[in-house]
Design a protein around this ligand. Structure first.
Ligand code: 0O2
Length: 263
């Protein structure tokens, strides 16, 4: 019975990871930082059946999270962007949403849940399954993972003094998320320039590699040494200038080899 849910989880994780990949290859900031998924464990299904007084025959209609996907974001501002991405897709039909960020649970739990209907194809044909997508920040995820383990340890009866500590931690996470948001532009700038540097270095190395077709080894060694020097300085301006010069040198060699092809 859980097989179609397993397929749904694997497909959904792949689709969200691909969104991340597309952003990365285009050098655009992605609101998705990490994606995970799971099919609800049998033990967890049995626990929930007891807790909610649900018969085995009804679990597919009563439980929304047999298939669960979790999307972790860096900033709170990324969450509505991810939710909007889901709403706009025609392969995921949003049936309802639970906003535990504006309406924090008594436990202190914060997260945004999007419940979708999703069609999978098995050898028996198409089947629409329900899946729960939890969208949250790294901070929210940290808190809920710890709280979840404590719920398990204390069998849903977390002692009052531990609850109080958890509540303080939940407040601290709200503060952390908002502090992170306040330096969001700077963090994004830093991440962008890191990506630009990676791309630039990749392009330079490709140009040097291509030089092996046209130039002699002594010249390439010299260029390589120059590159190491510039790279060590971590100066983006110099790296850009080096890239430009190398591009010109490379074009020169190419033109030369076309006029005087090697025999
Ligand atoms: P697990 O082990 O993660 O699968 P309801 O709408 O109340 O009828 P349900 O399914 O309880 O039905 O909905 P809810 O409250 O939105 O919870 C769905 C899931 O959100 C939970 O699944 C948890 O993963 C997470 N969640 C909700 N509340 C809390 C909380 O207080 N603490 C933590 N850590 N997670 C929470 P399960 O089946 O409870 O657990």
């Amino acid at each position: 019975m859980l097989d179609p849910y397993d397929l749904a989880v694997r497909e959904l994780v792949l689709k969200f990871e691909h969104i991340k990949y597309e952003h990365m290859t285009r050098g655009i900031y992605c609101p998705i930082e990490q994606v995970t998924g799971r099919v609800k464990s049998i033990a967890s299904i049995l626990d929930k059946m007891q807790k909610k007084n649900v018969e085995l025959a009804d679990i597919e209609t009563r439980f929304e999270d047999l298939a669960g996907v979790r999307i972790i974001c860096q900033f709170v501002e990324d969450i509505p962007k991810v939710v909007q991405m889901i709403r706009e897709r025609s392969d995921m039909k949003v049936t309802h949403e639970k906003n535990y960020i504006d309406h924090v649970k008594d436990s202190g739990y914060r997260s945004y849940h999007v419940i979708i209907d999703y069609e999978v194809w098995t050898i028996q044909g198409p089947k629409t399954v329900c899946a729960e997508i939890q969208v949250r920040t790294m901070g929210m995820n940290f808190w809920s993972t710890i709280e979840h383990s404590l719920q398990y340890k204390y069998k849903q009866n977390i002692p009052v003094h531990v609850k109080e500590k958890l509540s303080k931690c939940a407040d601290a996470i709200v503060l952390l998320d908002s502090e992170m948001s306040s330096v969001r532009d700077e963090i994004m700038d830093a991440q962008n320039s890191m990506r630009t540097q990676e791309q630039l270095v990749e392009e330079i190395l490709l140009l040097i590699q291509n030089l092996y077709t046209y130039a002699n080894k002594r010249e390439i060694d010299k260029i390589q040494d120059e590159f190491y020097e510039v790279y060590r300085e971590k100066d983006m301006g110099k790296l850009h200038r080096f890239h430009k010069q190398l591009d010109i040198i490379s074009e020169g060699y190419k033109a030369q080899s076309l006029s005087y092809p090697r025999v």
